[in-house]
Design a protein around this ligand. Structure first.
Ligand code: NAI
Length: 470
């Protein structure tokens, strides 16, 4: 009897291409490969059933297979409708991994796929979540709330996206009205990849609503100070150039936000000899930007000066309809923050849209001027290019695997994580960095006993106190 296939990908025949790129990635992902080597036999994740919601790229395929080699079973979806690399999804589907991800999937499909990674058959759910941006976690959290009070799903949705989210939850609850509370009870914890998702977790914890322990992977130093900075530095201009072929040299680029992603983005554009303006709300970050040589001014002024705009804030309404109408003709507008809330895309739907090619639209305003909007305001580096390169993602994903192991293995122990949000211990953060030095030919000095005593720190680390900011 033919088995119903437990995956949704664009084209399974892309699998060999995906596999070839995964083989290339092995060379660039020393952290993940070291974990495979170290724990492959021991299988510390045996029994873990991980629901993963994270951009389905080649690098993520490497993460997925590392989790599997360590003993876990996974079900996977992308955490953005444009970020999937179809050959990566095909490669892991072909190898038997249930994956639900298609570049350009609809919002309805997006939430249906999120639902499917949480459905482990026979009414069972996952026992771990690996999240990027918090959508899988939110689906469970809001699901549990809605079990108790279904009327919350009848509230007026704040966006078209929210409407689709509510509809999928309703469908899920109709099928199995107690599914989410059973699922939440079985989930040992979540590990969260990005700033925005982490922000959501702390908000839930503050309100006392968080249902399980969470590890904030983003704030491992070897994640946010590398992926967010150097990853975006690599992939931002890559995306703008693939999408538009525009000459960046000499142009005025406006970067909204000068956090980790903003720093990488500003450097990325500066590296092309664009003249970079930064907008900020935080005086510390504004001072950093100024002393790095960037001009800082409000968006109300910058909107008239830029040829290229990039939002990196994790905030909402940073570039408004009013800003866009005042921009130079054919200004390029894009976002590299996690959600599409930073640019008021919904407000400009009413104008004339001309699709240039997938993920590139020209929006023309009544006065005749237009802007080029990339990836409909969704994260541009994954929508218009292939996201961060393997080497930097190896740092992030080594943290992810260690975080999954921490929660999974400690669950039965005395010192298990209680409900709350945690970062990985510093010695693991240092270990992740150490695993990546060799590939770059970097060699460390080591402290003598005398030096260690002098500094008052252990000879083999951790080398910095918790308050150190790098
Ligand atoms: P962050 O908190 O370090 O930086 C955000 C900065 O934006 C802060 O300095 C904040 O003061 C500023 N900001 C907030 N509201 C603003 C406003 N209205 N106008 C101007 N500035 C404003 O966060 P991080 O780590 O830089 O992440 C930013 C976003 O990028 C998050 O949504 C994160 O999840 C996402 N991200 C995306 C990646 C990608 O590959 N596309 C990679 C890593 C993170």
């Amino acid at each position: 009897k033919a088995q119903k296939k437990d995956y949704v990908v664009k084209d399974i025949s892309l699998a060999p291409f995906g596999r070839r790129e995964m083989e290339l990635a092995e060379h660039e992902m020393p952290g993940l490969m070291a974990l495979r080597e170290k724990y492959g036999a021991e299988k510390p994740l045996k029994g873990a059933q991980i629901a993963g919601s994270l951009h389905m790229t080649i690098q993520t395929a490497m993460l997925i297979e590392t989790l599997q080699i360590l003993g876990a079973r996974v079900r996977w979806a992308s955490c953005n409708i444009y970020s999937t690399q179809d050959h990566a999804a095909a490669a892991i589907a072909k190898a038997g991994t249930p994956v639900f991800a298609v570049k350009g999937e609809s919002l309805e499909e997006y939430w249906e796929y999120t639902d499917r990674i949480l459905d482990w058959g026979n009414g069972k759910g996952p026992n771990m979540i690996l999240d990027d941006g918090g959508d899988a976690t939110m689906f469970v959290q809001v699901g549990v709330k809605a079990e108790k009070d279904p009327s919350i799903l009848d509230r007026k949705p704040g966006s078209p996206e929210e409407a689709v989210f509510y509809a999928q939850l309703k469908k899920a609850l109709k099928k199995d009205p107690t599914r989410f509370s059973r699922m939440a009870a079985g989930i040992r914890g979540v590990t969260e990849e990005t700033t925005t998702g982490v922000h959501r977790l702390y908000q839930l914890a503050e309100k006392g609503e968080l249902l399980f322990p969470a590890i904030n992977v983003n704030d491992s130093v070897t994640k946010s100070k590398f992926d967010n900075v150097y990853g975006c530095r690599h992939s931002l201009v890559d995306a703008i150039m693939r999408a538009t072929d525009v000459m960046l040299s000499g142009k005025v680029a406006v970067v909204a936000g000068y956090g980790d992603v903003g720093k990488g983005s500003a450097q990325s554009l500066q590296g092309q000899n664009a003249r970079v303006i930064v907008t900020e709300i935080d005086p510390i970050c504004a001072l950093q930007a100024t002393m790095a040589g960037f001009e800082v001014m409000p968006m109300d002024e910058a909107c008239r000066l830029g040829d290229v705009f990039v939002t990196t804030t994790g905030c909402c309404d940073v570039i408004t309809e009013r800003h866009m109408k005042q921009m130079k003709d054919q200004a390029i507008v894009c976002n590299i923050g996690h959600f599409d809330s930073e640019i008021q895309v919904e407000k400009i739907r009413k104008y004339k849209w001309t699709n240039i090619k997938p993920q590139v639209d020209k929006v023309t305003f009544p006065k005749g001027n237009s802007i080029l909007l990339l990836a409909e305001g969704r994260l541009v580096n994954l929508g218009c290019a292939t996201g961060h390169p393997s080497f930097v993602m190896s740092n992030s994903f080594t943290n992810q695997v260690l975080a999954q192991m921490e929660i999974w293995q400690k669950h039965e122990a005395e010192d298990r994580y209680s409900v709350g949000v945690y970062v990985l211990p510093k010695h693991l953060d240092e270990e992740v960095a150490a695993l990546h030095l060799g590939r770059l030919g970097a060699r460390l000095d080591s402290l003598t006993q005398k030096q260690a005593r002098y500094l008052g720190i252990p000879k083999d680390g951790p080398f910095k106190p918790e308050h150190y900011r790098y």
